[in-house]
Design a protein around this ligand. Sequence first.
Ligand code: PGA
Length: 261
Amino acid sequence: MEVIIRPDQNQAAQLVAQLMARELRANPSLVLGLATGKTMEAVYRQLVKLHREAGLDFAFCTTFNLDEYVGLGAEHPNSYRHYMNQHLFRQVNIDLRNTHLPNGLAPDLDAECRRYEDLIGRVGGVDVQLLGIGRSGHIGFNEPLSALRSRTRVKSLTPTTLAQNAGYFGGAENMPHRAMTMGVGTILDSRRCLLLATGVSKATIISKAVEGPITSMISATALQLHPRCTVVVDEPAASLLGEKDYYHWVFQNEPEWEQFR
Ligand code: PGA
């Protein structure tokens, strides 16, 4: 795991977008794993900007989102399909047929989860997986006690997550209580993970995810097992990390980061 600390939210999101853009330019038929949530909006803004101003080409890439709420269809303003169409897909030259999310309205949810895993396998797996982190420590909707080898399946959302996202629904009582999510094992199978966390509200969970022991109580700790995981945080989200000086030193010294300094 590598931890990169940027001064503020904008610069953290910009670095993540630049890393994704570099991967996409190197391999135009990249398979991208995508994430939703407030934090990611800044990343998608940057990617749209790179598309408009620097010709970043999405024509040949394929995408798989981490998760979708059970019971919400594409037309629902709080579905993640709606979010993705709005923040990225309709603003770049991606072929919508190559964009995938679990279908929240599928009549057989278990079959839908199996179909999703099969589809990821059929295109050869995810090359770059973008991740946020919830205050419960989830990646995707892998809530506490998610098996570290879990695959795409239905999960019940924790009270912490319901509270975190209730605002979008006008209260937790109006919000789906379950979601389909890639498993921790599905995420660990991707070739590269990029986790972005910004703001002081993420400081406690980031310190546990990065520097705490691996535990299924905090799914993000499983990323410590991934051979190529970069965690990008802003200073407020990094504020409780014990080894901050070392992470800064790595960013300043590794040739890989020279072009981003
Ligand atoms: P957020 O969500 O970006 O809205 O904080 C992240 C997550 O819950 O994974």
